[in-house]
Write a protein that binds this ligand. Structure first.
Ligand code: C2E
Ligand code: CA
Ligand code: CA
Ligand code: CA
Length: 281
């Protein structure tokens, strides 16, 4: 009835208004550099586990609404064309932080520092004019090498604008940047593209790791296939979202050399990560 439509209309309008306000607030937060970066360790499994690298993950705390989930504000950012600004902000912060850990380690204040920092890049960022030069500039300004950086891209990102993305990745990779395919196995593209993409490692999506409960079963078969595919192609593998000892055991058993997940560490604020680096990971 009429009343219901009015209500729905109102609801839609309220939601639209809320989204618009969030976008405006996000734009403002980015301009102030108020979007934070947390770091999740990627480790070589074993006892003790050894820290390999860290992944930079953006975090936004809204002044009134509190923490906003990354997938929520990234979707908003996508619609408002703010993703390149977000990605470039995270890249700058991550490079600056890695440089500071490196010098702290050289000064003897930290036991370890990450081999590299991984940053997520959306397809829009990757295919934007001047992306490669921007990356070079930021890395050089921080006093780092391009090999200190890993770019994580999704299959979907690669499929959406394959030619442009491939060219940019090839160029950067020739200069030392590492490239990872994120959420591997969740995209729609065929596996054939793997053989001619400029890629260093695959990140097995959390959804496959979640179902790893025993040394048999379909989830294990998928994980085993990905690990062996990667090995055949000469690529590294990172298992994402390892939460339990059972999953960890299956993953190690498959010969996966790097894992990331709550079992080892949640994404940490800069200060908390420093404690990890001080104590040696
Ligand atoms: P992602 O790149 O796949 O990042 C891994 C996500 O898995 C992170 O969620 C992390 O907190 C979560 N995670 C890690 N280990 C576990 C685990 O053991 N269990 C569970 N349940 N979750 C785990 P987060 O931080 O919420 O990020 C969500 C997504 O947002 C990321 O997925 C990435 O696609 C995107 N994102 C984050 N930061 C950026 C950024 O700076 N730029 C862009 N373009 N995207 C970003
Ligand atoms: Ca990622
Ligand atoms: Ca992922
Ligand atoms: Ca994901």
């Amino acid at each position: 009835g009429g009343g219901r439509w009015t209500l729905l209309d109102e609801e839609v309008r309220t939601r639209a208004r809320r989204a618009l306000r969030l976008v405006a607030d996000l734009r403002e937060a980015l301009a102030r550099g108020a979007v934070d970066v947390h770091y999740q360790p990627v480790v070589q499994p074993g006892r003790p586990a050894r820290l390999r690298s860290v992944e930079a993950l953006c975090r936004w705390t809204h002044p009134e609404l509190g923490p906003v989930r990354p997938d929520v504000f990234i979707e908003l950012a996508e619609r408002a064309n703010l993703v390149p600004v977000l990605d470039s902000h995270v890249l700058q912060v991550a490079c600056r932080d890695l440089a500071s850990w490196r010098s702290a380690q050289a000064a003897g204040d930290l036991a370890v520092s990450p081999e590299h920092v991984a940053v997520n890049v959306s397809a829009v960022s990757l295919s934007a004019e001047g992306f490669a030069d921007g990356v070079r500039r930021v890395v050089a300004a921080a006093g780092l090498q391009l090999s200190d950086l890993c770019l994580e891209v999704t299959e979907t990102a690669l499929a959406s604008d394959l030619r442009a993305c491939r060219q940019v990745l090839e160029e950067l990779r020739a200069d030392g940047v590492r490239v990872a395919i994120d959420d591997f196995g969740t995209g729609y593209s065929s596996l054939a593209y793997l053989t001619d993409l400029p890629v260093d490692h695959l990140k097995v999506d959390r959804s496959f790791v979640r179902d790893l409960r025993s040394t048999t079963g379909p989830a294990r078969a998928v994980a085993a296939a990905v690990v062996s595919l990667a090995r055949t192609l000469g690529l590294g593998v990172v298992a994402e979202g390892v939460e339990t000892l059972e999953q960890d055991a299956v993953i190690s058993d498959l010969g996966c050399e790097a894992v990331q997940g709550y079992l080892y560490s949640r994404p940490l604020p800069r200060e908390a990560l420093l404690d990890v680096l001080r104590s040696g990971g």
